[in-house]
Design a protein. Structure first.
Length: 564
C-alpha cells in the first residue's frame, strides 16, 4: 500500500469514526440552573456553568497525520482518530506516548455554541470569525510578524513524529470549556471562565489516559509518557500528572508552555497557580531517573519561572524572548513558547547545538537549571535557538517574574451560612451530601487575604459522582463584590479520590465565596468534601516590573549584564 493510499485510508477511517460518533453520541448533560437566591447573576451562571457533551475518553484522539503539511485555515480533522472508537488504538501497551493539550480559546465560544457543545479542538467548524483554529501551531508552520523569521517549519504534532517516527501522539480537547467570547489575549475580561475548568479537565485527562494505556504500559519502565500543555492547558497537563502520580502511575516528562502567572492574569482570575501543584509533584532532574517526573517550563509572555521547594528547584526554567512578534501581538507572544518548543529539537540538530526541547531530558549540564534565549549577534533564524545558562531574566512588553515561590498558608474561614445537606467548615472538612431528592446543598464563607495571596487551595474528594451532578464555586473578586464562577466540576467526568485544587481568586483583602453541590435526583449516596482550605501565596521578590510599553531591547541588555 502506498503512502497516499494509507493517508486516504486513515482519512476515511477518521471521517467514518466521526460520523458514527455523531450518530451514536450520547445526550449532552445539561448544566443546572442558577440556584434560587444565588448572588451570581443569571447571565454569569449561564455563560460559565456549561453542558458536558463528552465522556473523558472521547476528548482524546490520536494524531495520524505523520509529517503532513497543513496550511492555515485548513481543517486537520481527517488526521485525528478517536482512541475509543471501535476499540481503535485502545489498550496501548508499549511505546513513547506524547499528549498535547491546548489552552484558553478566546473568540471561539460562538463555534462551540453553534455545534451545540459537541466540538473538539481539531474538528471542522472549530474556528473563530476569521476561519482560524485555536492553537493551530500544533499542526501549522509558524512565522514571526514583526521580524519575518521562521519559527517552526511545520506543526508540533508533525515535529514530534519527525523526532520519533514511532511515537504515539495524542491530542486532548477541552475547547468546549476553554472557549470564551473574548477575541483577544489583551482583553482578559472573561479569561476566568476558561480557568474555572482547568482542574476538572486535568482529572478528566488522567482518567482518559488510564483507560487508554493498558496495564502493561504502566508496568514496563521502558515505556514513556510525556504531557505537554500550553497556557491553561499547562495546568490541565500538570493536574493530570499529579493525579496519575497519586494513583501510582508514572509520567516521565511534563512540559509547561507559558503558564499564565503574571500580575495581569492573577488580577483577572486567569492564573493557573501552577506552583501549588508543582510543589506536590515528585520531580527529577532527568539524569538517570527511575522515578518521578522531569519538568521543563517555558516562559514567553504570561509565564514565570518556578523555584523554592525541593521539587520546584529541579524544574528547568527557560526564558524566551518573542521578539519576532510585535508588542501588540499578545496572543502570538503567548504562543511563542509552544512554537519555539515544537521546533527546538530539529533546530538543535540543524545548527549543531546542545539537545533542546523534545530531546530533553536530560538537558546538557551547561544548560541547567535556568536558561535564557540570548539573541546574540542579531535576530536571525540560527540565533533563535541557542540557550545560555544563568540568572533568570525577564521579558519586555509585559512584566515577567524571575523565580516565583509558591506556598500555601492555612487561613481562617468564617462560616456565614449553609443550607441543604451541608455540615462542617472547609478549614477542617466541609461535607455536602446527596439524598436522592435533588436538594441543592450550599455553603457561604469568607476569608481574609494578604498582599501576596492570590487564591485558595484545598483537597477535594467526590464519592459516587453521577452524570448530572455539578459542583460550582463562586467568589466575589472585585471591589463591588460581584460574584464570578471560578470553579466547575461535573459528575459525568467521574472524578474520584482525593485531589488538590487551586483556584485563582484575586481580592484586595477578603474573599466571600459560595460552594454549591447540585446533585441529580438519581444520586442517593453521593458526597463531596472540601478540606484543609488555605491561601495560595505567590512570592516573586525578583520581579522586574515592566509595563506594556516596556522596551524588550533594553530589558535584554539588562539581562546580558546580569548574566555577565
Amino acid at each position: 500500500m502506498s503512502i497516499s493510499q494509507r493517508v486516504l485510508l486513515t482519512a476515511g477511517l477518521s471521517v467514518a469514526a466521526l460520523v458514527l460518533s455523531a450518530c451514536q453520541a450520547p445526550p449532552c448533560t445539561s448544566a443546572p440552573a442558577n440556584p434560587i437566591g444565588s448572588p451570581v447573576s443569571d447571565s454569569e451562571w449561564k455563560a460559565s456553568v456549561r453542558n458536558n457533551c463528552f465522556g473523558n475518553l472521547s476528548r482524546l484522539n490520536r494524531w495520524f497525520g505523520k509529517t503532513t503539511t497543513i496550511v492555515p485555515k485548513q481543517s486537520p480533522a481527517q488526521f485525528f482518530i478517536p482512541v475509543g472508537e471501535a476499540r481503535l488504538n485502545q489498550g496501548i501497551d508499549s511505546g513513547n506516548v506524547v499528549v498535547l493539550v491546548h489552552g484558553w480559546a478566546p473568540g471561539f465560544r460562538g463555534a462551540v455554541d453553534r455545534a451545540g457543545g459537541r466540538l473538539l479542538w481539531w474538528q471542522d467548524g472549530a474556528t473563530n470569525s476569521d476561519g482560524i483554529f485555536t492553537s493551530d501551531w500544533a499542526w501549522v508552520a509558524t512565522r514571526g510578524d514583526d521580524i519575518p523569521l521562521t519559527i517552526t517549519e511545520t506543526g508540533t504534532f508533525q515535529e514530534i513524529i519527525g523526532h520519533d517516527a514511532d511515537a504515539i501522539v495524542l491530542g486532548y480537547s477541552w475547547i468546549d470549556d476553554s472557549s470564551t467570547i473574548d477575541d483577544s489575549f489583551v482583553d482578559l475580561e472573561y479569561v476566568y471562565r476558561s480557568e474555572a475548568y482547568t482542574s476538572t479537565n486535568g482529572l478528566r485527562l488522567a482518567n482518559a489516559l488510564e483507560q487508554t494505556l493498558g496495564p502493561r504500559f504502566w508496568s514496563n519502565p521502558t515505556n514513556t509518557l510525556q504531557l505537554i500543555g500550553h497556557s491553561h492547558g499547562s495546568k490541565v497537563a500538570t493536574v493530570a500528572t499529579l493525579a496519575l502520580q497519586q494513583r501510582g502511575r508514572r509520567v516521565h516528562h511534563l512540559t509547561t508552555l507559558d503558564s499564565p502567572e503574571s500580575s495581569i492574569t492573577l488580577e483577572g482570575n486567569g492564573a493557573n497557580l501552577l506552583g501549588f501543584y508543582l510543589n506536590q509533584i515528585n520531580t527529577n532532574d532527568g539524569i538517570g531517573a527511575t522515578s518521578g517526573t522531569f519538568v521543563d517550563n517555558y516562559v514567553s509572555y504570561f509565564g514565570v519561572a518556578f523555584q523554592g521547594t525541593t521539587n520546584a528547584n529541579r524544574i528547568v526554567n527557560t526564558i524566551l524572548n518573542p521578539e519576532v512578534y510585535s508588542c501588540t501581538s499578545a496572543g502570538d507572544r503567548h504562543s511563542y513558547s509552544a512554537e519555539w518548543y515544537g521546533g527546538a529539537a530539529a533546530a538543535a540538530k540543524k545548527f549543531n547545538l546542545f539537545a533542546l526541547g523534545l530531546d530533553w531530558p536530560p538537558p546538557q549540564i551547561p544548560n541547567r537549571p535556568a536558561l535564557n534565549q540570548r539573541w546574540r549577534g542579531g535576530i536571525t533564524e540560527p540565533n533563535q535557538w541557542p540557550l545560555t545558562a544563568g540568572l533568570l531574566g525577564s521579558l519586555g512588553c509585559l512584566s515577567s517574574a524571575k523565580g516565583c515561590i509558591y506556598s500555601s498558608t492555612p487561613t481562617v474561614v468564617k462560616t456565614l451560612n449553609s443550607f441543604g445537606n451541608t455540615s462542617g467548615n472547609p478549614t477542617g472538612t466541609l461535607t455536602m451530601s446527596a439524598s436522592g431528592n435533588g436538594v441543592i446543598s450550599g455553603y457561604r464563607g469568607s476569608t481574609g487575604f494578604g498582599s501576596s495571596q492570590f487564591g485558595i487551595g484545598f483537597d477535594l474528594e467526590w464519592t459516587n459522582p453521577q452524570d448530572g451532578d455539578y459542583l460550582v464555586i463562586t467568589g466575589s473578586t472585585d471591589p463591588v463584590g460581584t460574584q464570578e464562577v471560578l470553579f466547575v466540576m461535573d459528575g459525568k467526568s467521574a472524578i474520584t479520590g482525593r485531589n488538590p485544587v487551586a483556584i485563582n481568586a484575586f481580592v484586595v483583602d477578603s474573599l466571600e465565596f459560595f460552594v454549591y453541590f447540585l446533585p441529580t435526583p438519581n444520586n442517593r449516596i453521593g458526597r463531596v468534601t472540601l478540606s484543609g482550605l488555605a491561601a495560595v501565596n505567590q512570592d516573586c521578590p525578583s520581579t522586574a516590573d515592566l509595563d506594556q510599553e516596556g522596551d524588550p531591547d533594553a530589558e535584554l541588555a539588562t539581562t546580558e549584564t546580569e548574566d555577565a
